[in-house]
Design a protein around this ligand. Structure first.
Ligand SMILES: [Zn+2]
Length: 262
């Protein structure tokens, strides 16, 4: 299994990370993409990319749309230098967000565009966040998509029309633990609709704890923390929704992740 979206560098996991990594490998995780969110966590992601792990780790460096305020003025140069030092790194997690109204949309867009330019110039795939902004995200990525070596849209929960738009520009679309929620009708419909060749699965560790998962640790306000070992839950639910075997879904999403990220 390839977990297409994690934040293993999260300080919430630091006390349990060794166990989380072991349990992931034991559960059959053979690869993860580990996405930074802000310049302050770039060194932690770089460190995870450096150490020996029992699975492949693809690092991604970028600024998440929640963190576009108060950036150091030299962030674009630092990002480009870090990407130069990590030839397999992607640019992520970047994008647009409509969940948080305290982050100005125009600033999100400006930081997103800057990072798309860097990704294009350095020929790197991008890992995109579009929560509650799927339409704007699809519109923004369309002119870039053909010029980038790969586009991954993570934690997708948009409409059938937006899914089609993203698939038409060649994006890979990744599904997280919300597929396990019987109320998540749109996500579950998208899981049934997407062609084999553009589907990925993810946990979004330490977020999006799935129903029936195993908690890595207790987070703030007593919430369970997600971990890559829980990718099995997503895999099984996706397989059930598509009338396929978990092995077949694991094989095809693993091959897709390697094609776009490695
Ligand atoms: Zn994320």
């Amino acid at each position: 299994m390839f977990d297409a979206h994690t934040h293993l560098q999260s300080p919430l996991l630091s006390g349990v990370l060794a166990r989380v990594i072991d349990d992931a490998a034991r559960a059959g995780v053979t690869g993860v993409c580990c996405c930074a969110t802000v310049p302050d966590d770039w060194p932690a992601v770089a460190e995870l990319a450096r150490v020996r792990l029992p699975f492949v780790l693809v690092p991604a460096f970028g600024v998440h749309p929640w963190h576009v305020q108060g950036l150091p003025s030299d962030w674009p140069g630092r990002l480009a230098a870090l990407l130069d030092a990590h030839p397999v790194a992607a640019v992520g997690e970047i994008g647009l967000d409509g969940l948080r109204d305290d982050v100005p949309a125009d600033l999100q867009d400006e930081v997103f565009l800057r990072q798309l330019d860097i990704a294009e110039r350095l020929r790197r795939p991008v890992i995109l966040h579009g929560a509650r902004a799927w339409g704007r995200l699809a519109e923004r990525i369309t002119p870039f998509a053909r010029r980038l070596p790969g586009v991954v849209v993570h934690g997708f929960s948009g409409s059938a029309e937006i899914l089609k738009q993203l698939l038409n520009v060649g994006a890979y679309v990744s599904f997280a633990g919300s597929v396990c929620n019987p109320m998540a009708a749109k996500v579950r419909a998208a899981v049934r609709d997407i062609p084999d060749s553009q589907m990925l699965i993810e946990t979004d560790t330490p977020d999006l704890f799935p129903e029936g998962g195993v908690s890595a640790a207790t987070g703030a306000n007593g919430k369970p923390l997600n971990q890559p070992a829980n990718l099995r839950r997503v895999l099984e639910e996706v397989a059930r929704l598509r009338n396929a075997t978990p092995e077949a879904i694991s094989d095809l999403t693993g091959a897709n992740a390697r094609r776009v990220l490695l």
